[in-house]
Design a binder for this molecule. Structure first.
Ligand code: NAP
Length: 319
């Protein structure tokens, strides 16, 4: 009898170990690990830059403000120059302690093909860039299936969510490797939980995010093996709902849906954590654990379909 109890105890311990390690790593990542964002402030004094795409609203704008607050100069990207100029003024007002910070920008429609990426980054070629946030992206709430969409609409979605970050990153790489000679460099692709669950009517958007996740691992391996390590690392940020006024169907702020400002702080806190995929906000981290490893596909698909139906209806009513 004692032997059986001992065997069961050992078995229980063995089965519990991975879960205990996971809980410990979760607590460390979100509640104990000190921020290491300042390790990316290196190179010539006061002249370290971060690039943020889609920086005129939502998560991108809040991330730009947080980067300024943490001592970085920023190179922002947007599609509307009038809005961008207002955002630059707003950022300066929000972070008055960095009134001498260098805030630059470039304008490009990320959903349009045929960009000259070398020309876009040419003015910033000599700058010491150590952080990149490929944040631009988005889906639509039109509720259309694949065959109801025009080819042009599909090309726009693929450009916006996959090809623009891919080619912009290609154009930035030589200078990122140069910056990495004096310290770590991190490239972040802003992803989405949609890439994991692929809700109905968001298939192309979700596939774009899946592309970014795979790209993250491949490019990280590229920089580490054969001629590496070069010091350039990659991370896929797994984002669930975040409130943005810019959305067709904004989701109200709640425990599971933080404001962009709160979320941007989480993004910077997770920089340099050593993971190639991370959910910046701890509640999203827990949600993703249940979605990916506990709930079955059937439950997840049904729940995401119900939520999509609500969002599409909300977008159609314009509320
Ligand atoms: N918020 C969420 O719930 C959520 C959830 C999962 C993933 N994400 C991901 O997080 C990232 C940011 O989302 P967000 O919610 O912060 O979006 P957002 O508030 O709508 O802001 C998007 C930003 O990208 C810019 N942008 C959009 N289309 C563009 C284009 N064709 N060319 C150039 N710039 C363009 C917008 O410019 P304008 O200011 O001119 O509109 C804005 O600066 C996206 O990659 C999104 O997929 C967000």
């Amino acid at each position: 009898m004692t032997t059986i109890v001992n065997v069961l105890a050992v078995l229980g311990g063995l089965l519990a170990t991975p879960h205990l390690c996971r809980i410990a790593s979760f607590v460390w990542l979100y509640f104990l690990r000190p921020s290491s964002i300042r390790q990316y402030l290196h190179g010539p004094q006061d002249s370290t830059y971060a690039v943020v795409t889609g920086a005129t609203d939502g998560i991108g704008k809040a991330t730009a403000a947080e980067l300024l607050r943490n001592g970085f100069n920023v190179i922002l990207h947007g599609r509307n120059e009038t809005k961008m100029k207002k955002v630059v003024e707003e950022l300066r007002a929000r972070v008055p302690e960095r009134k001498d910070a260098d805030v630059r920008y470039f304008i490009a429609d990320a959903s349009a093909g045929g960009q000259d990426f070398a020309k876009l980054v040419e003015p910033y070629r000599d700058l010491h860039v150590t952080l990149v946030y490929h944040n631009v992206g988005g889906g639509d709430m039109s509720g259309q299936r694949l065959d109801e969409r025009t080819e042009e609409n599909i090309h726009s979605l693929v450009n916006l969510n996959a090809l623009f970050p891919l080619f912009l990153n290609r154009a930035l790489l030589p200078q990122l490797r140069r910056s990495a000679k004096s310290g770590p460099v991190l490239v972040n692709f802003v992803g989405s939980v949609a890439g994991d669950i692929a809700p109905p009517r968001l298939a192309v958007y979700a596939a774009g995010k899946g592309f970014l996740e795979s790209l993250t691992r491949g490019l990280d391996n590229d920089e580490q093996f054969f001629d590496g390590p070069t010091g350039v690392r990659y991370c896929y940020l797994a984002v669930a709902a975040v409130h943005s006024d810019n959305h067709e169907a904004p989701i109200a702020t709640s425990f599971t849906t933080p404001t962009c400002e709160r979320f941007a702080k989480c993004i910077l806190d997770r920089a340099g954590c050593g993971r190639r995929r991370v959910a910046p906000y701890w509640v999203h981290g827990m949600m993703q654990y249940f979605i990916r490893e506990v709930a079955g596909d059937g439950v997840v698909d049904k729940a995401s379909a119900e939520q999509m139906q609500g969002l599409i209806t909300q977008a159609k009513k314009g509320i």
